[in-house]
Design a protein around this ligand. Structure first.
Ligand code: CAO
Length: 426
């Protein structure tokens, strides 16, 4: 047998006008005991109105913006008599299809104290200032959303409603951003107009995707960058002699091709540099191929084409491939396959300048080699200072996979390989 139960505004302590802020039910909804039906607000407190029965909402009598007072009808709930757990309530006895109205004790409501309880759990103190009811805060918390991150709500006086929380989640999912990662407070929005004229430019898709990936890596990998210099005086002389033999229009050999060769030779000696951590972080996946990614600067942002099987290619073949792939990159013609399967990346700023920088690992790779501009320097050879061309190298590695000593040994070998490229024949 079913009964129709009226749910009314209980005594909230002599308050004449209570605002209906949010209504969370509509006719036909199935509700359970303690489920929030609506959020009410007086000028002192915000409170959730829970259902005292389980059943199906038959009619809702309030809407956001209404003013109610003690005894105002909120909704009627069609419940089975078995679900009305209040013995003193007179329950209709007739076998009726048409429900019978039954009076039951009014539900108790939790005053604003609940807001404080929510705030205590939240790590971000700014969330205490968010204008949202306890039920919305609870809903947000269940979804892992910090309500403080929702700038304004669509409710009255910019109150944050359930729909605003849902929209926020959708936005974050669509962007794939690590926006609330690790409970890190976000950088507050700033209005720059008081300081001068501004112009807003939309970021390119490459920039947005790169930004997301870099943020993800930055948050997930404990990275160390190790700096050193390689003496490339002899290498440079050899490179110049190679280029001098080239006909006009032929692709020039830069130091980068030798760096690739020297790097691959070092990776062959140190397999942990040619590896990735398994997704569960329990094992190391060692790669038996040597694909090197090259960071290329393009008008739309940074892209990383991959030179496959670099260990099998000659300096000239690498020069041709880099020329072709960097040209494709700058024209935006690289295919996804051109940028996949890398083992270790080189980011060379040598053509531009610099003394050192700290490149970010292109995960799931475990290391990246940064290169800046070679410079003639006076180097002490034990007897005298001699002019040597020194190439700055910056090796960033994932410290979960590579420890400091291994990183330093890898760099030492890389330097040797570059200083005396005959070693690459061994
Ligand atoms: N020291 C001194 N000179 C260097 C040098 C170095 N480390 N590296 C390059 N050069 C010289 C080259 O020899 C060349 O000189 P010439 O014009 O006299 O021949 C000139 O600088 C330009 O070189 P390049 O940059 O065109 O060629 P490359 O093979 O060194 O690099 C590429 C190719 C595609 C990596 C580069 O063009 C590029 O895009 N670099 C930017 C990468 C980037 O943005 N990294 C940052 C990523 S953020 O982590």
């Amino acid at each position: 047998m079913t009964v129709l139960i009226e749910i009314k505004v209980p005594d909230v302590g002599n308050v004449a006008e209570i605002d209906v802020v949010e209504v969370l039910i509509q006719a036909g909804d199935v509700v359970v005991v303690e489920q929030t039906l609506a959020t009410l607000e007086t000028d002192k407190a915000s409170m959730d109105l829970p259902s005292s029965v389980s059943g199906t909402i038959q009619q809702v009598y309030i809407k956001p913006g209404d003013k109610v007072s003690e005894g105002s009808l909120i909704a009627t709930v069609l419940a089975s008599t078995a679900q009305v757990l209040v013995p003193e309530v007179p329950v209709a006895v007739a076998q009726v299809a048409v429900p019978v109205a039954v009076k039951i004790p009014e539900p108790s409501i939790q005053p604003v104290k609940a807001v404080a309880e929510v705030a205590v759990i939240n790590l971000d103190p700014t969330s205490r200032k968010a204008h949202a009811s306890p039920s919305v805060r609870l809903f947000a918390r269940e979804l892992g959303v910090d309500v403080a991150k929702i700038k304004t709500g669509s409710g009255r006086k910019a109150r944050i409603l359930k729909d605003d929380v849902k929209k926020f989640v959708k936005k974050v999912m669509a962007e794939g951003v690590v926006a609330t990662g690790a409970g890190i407070p976000s950088i507050p929005a700033v209005d720059f107009t008081p300081y001068g004229e501004t112009e807003t430019l939309k970021l390119s898709k490459i920039k947005r995707l790169t930004g997301q990936n870099l943020s993800r890596v930055w948050l997930n990998l404990p990275m160390v960058t190790y700096h050193d210099e390689a003496d490339i005086t002899d290498l440079e002389a050899f490179r110049n002699s190679l280029n001098a033999d080239k006909a006009k229009g032929e692709v020039k050999i830069t130091g980068l091709m030798f760096i690739i060769k020297a790097l691959v030779a070092a990776m062959q000696q140190f397999p942990s540099f040619n590896a990735s951590l398994s997704a569960d972080g329990e094992s190391l996946i060692l790669k038996k191929y040597f694909n090197i990614g090259i960071a290329v600067d393009t008008p739309n942002g940074l892209v990383v084409p991959v030179l496959r099987n670099a260990n099998t290619k000659s300096i000239t073949e690498l020069a041709l491939e880099i020329a072709e792939k960097s040209e494709k990159a700058r024209l935006g013609k690289l295919l996804p396959a051109d940028m996949q399967g890398g083992c270790l990346t080189i980011s060379s700023l040598g053509g531009i300048g610099g003394m050192a920088f700290t490149p970010i690992v292109n995960a799931p790779e475990v290391a990246i080699l940064g290169v800046t501009r070679a410079k003639m320097q006076p180097i002490w050879n034990g007897k005298e200072f001699v002019p040597r061309l020194m190439l700055p190298l910056d090796l960033t590695y994932d410290h979960r996979v590579i420890d400091g000593a291994e990183g330093a040994k890898f760099m030492a070998l890389l330097k040797q390989n570059l200083s005396d490229i005959r070693r690459l024949l061994l």
